[in-house]
Write a protein that binds this ligand. Structure first.
Ligand code: ATP
Length: 410
């Protein structure tokens, strides 16, 4: 697939941008902080409904305005669809597909598939488990858009159940200090907890099965990508670590077998079992200790965990391999996602640059940002847009300076 047109209004530093894009390589060049990443971030948002840099929408809306707009026309095997999104300060966001409003923004998921590799990705290796869970979940919803609803349901139930655990824990502590029975609030929270256990296990088992299946399918692509980027290093592997611990058969996490739809009931039962084992600890601490929100994706180089042991170069290669594995997996599923490389060539040595350039040349569309043209391998420097931000009375606004056509021909 490729993005044929992109338009932005009041998105980050862009007050108005209308760009026609083509398949192949497009490079955005300009000094640091002038608005290049903002363009990729907008496309990433249309693809995942989240930003790779911030967890809330507010920073995406241009300072001094209350609404941002991003829209893209996507061509996928000859079929064209236009998606657009309105981000509203303090109000729900709204999305449209071919001008028709959707009931929920998440209905646009899957129309634009992107794989973005950015300097922030080092946190996939060095950061917290939450960064790796986000990586998995974004890839999962890109692959299977209906999983966005499962995630949303799971998160809603998790919030409710966590609030109940806090109420129950507080009430129990108060009553044990007073030597009496739990208060009415506490007793009702305890009684309701069982119902929420059921909801949490039902949605959690679906999310867990989705992630386990994903890791199973992703693992060979990851090993292959890492091998091509760093053939001299130890082999890379991934493994899902579930908070269900030994309740989960090792065949699912090895990952020797991908769970199928028929396994969900089994996972749900294990989930419920583990919740009952952890019940008193959860109430005591007032937090939900079991479920996909506590899981992690373990990364290994040979037998060693990558986190804490991998060198800077190895960590970069691992992070890039995770992205490239996602790209290869979406491709193997039948659609070619848009590859976006945000200021990453300057960080890579010659060998890794060459390996990445090879993948990029093979993609249907690649969007690259760089501070200077020399950072981009020559074979990828096809269409180039200069980006510059200027100070105006409405603040600092980004502009496209010029478009340079296929430099490799002339
Ligand atoms: N909500 C916002 N409103 C207005 N301007 C913003 C907003 N968010 C970010 N900016 C501006 O956008 C610019 C950063 O843009 P961006 O991250 O795209 O830079 P870049 O060209 O990719 O830089 P680098 O090469 O350093 O990555 C900064 O000048 C910042 O002040």
């Amino acid at each position: 697939m490729f993005v044929r047109a992109l338009s932005l209004r009041d998105f980050r530093s862009w007050d108005a941008l209308g760009l026609n894009l083509r398949p192949g390589c497009t490079v955005f060049v300009g000094p640091n902080g002038h608005g290049k990443t903002n363009v990729l971030e907008a496309l990433g948002y249309l693809s995942t409904l989240s930003s790779h840099r911030v967890s809330s929408d507010a920073p995406l809306i241009r300072t001094g305005t209350a609404q941002a707009f991003a829209g893209a026309t996507v061509v996928n095997t000859g079929r064209e669809l236009t998606v657009d999104l309105e981000l509203n300060e303090g109000k729900s966001n709204r999305a449209r597909i071919n001008q028709s409003p959707t009931r929920r923004p998440r209905e646009i998921l899957g129309i634009l598939q992107t794989v973005l590799f950015a300097p922030e990705d080092l946190s996939l290796v060095r950061g917290d488990p939450g960064d790796r869970r986000r990586y998995l979940d974004e890839l999962l919803t890109s692959r299977i858009p209906r999983m966005a609803a499962v995630r949303a349901d799971y998160e809603r139930v998790l919030r409710q159940r966590s609030a109940l655990l806090k109420t129950a824990g507080g009430a129990l502590r108060r009553s044990s200090r007073g030597g009496g029975r739990p208060s009415e609030d506490g007793a009702s929270a305890l009684a309701t907890l069982e119902v929420w256990d059921g909801h949490l296990a039902a949605h959690g088992a679906q999310l867990l099965a989705g992630r386990l299946h994903l890791v199973h399918d992703l693992a060979p692509h990851l090993a292959e990508s890492y091998q091509s980027l760093a053939p001299e290093s130890r082999p890379a592997s991934i493994r899902y670590r579930s908070s269900l611990g030994s309740s989960l058969p090792p065949e699912f996490t090895a990952p020797a077998r991908a769970p199928e739809a028929g396994d969900i009931a089994f996972l749900e039962e294990r989930f419920l079992q583990e919740l009952s084992v952890m019940r008193s600890k959860e109430i005591e601490r007032g937090v939900c200790l079991v479920g996909p929100h506590r899981d992690d994706l373990e990364l290994h180089l040979g037998d060693t965990p990558a986190k804490g042991f991998a060198s800077h170069g190895e960590s970069w290669s691992f992070a890039l391999s995770l992205r490239l594995a996602g790209f290869a997996l979406l491709r193997a599923d039948g659609s070619d996602p848009v590859l976006m490389l945000d200021d990453v060539f300057a960080e890579l040595d010659r060998k890794r640059r060459r390996a990445l350039a090879k993948v990029a040349l093979d993609a249907e569309q690649v969007l690259i940002t760089a501070a200077v043209p020399e950072d981009v391998p020559e074979e990828l420097d096809a269409v180039r847009f200069g980006v510059e931000a200027r100070d105006t009375d409405r603040g600092r606004i980004s502009h496209i300076l010029e478009e340079t056509e296929d430099r490799r021909d002339g």
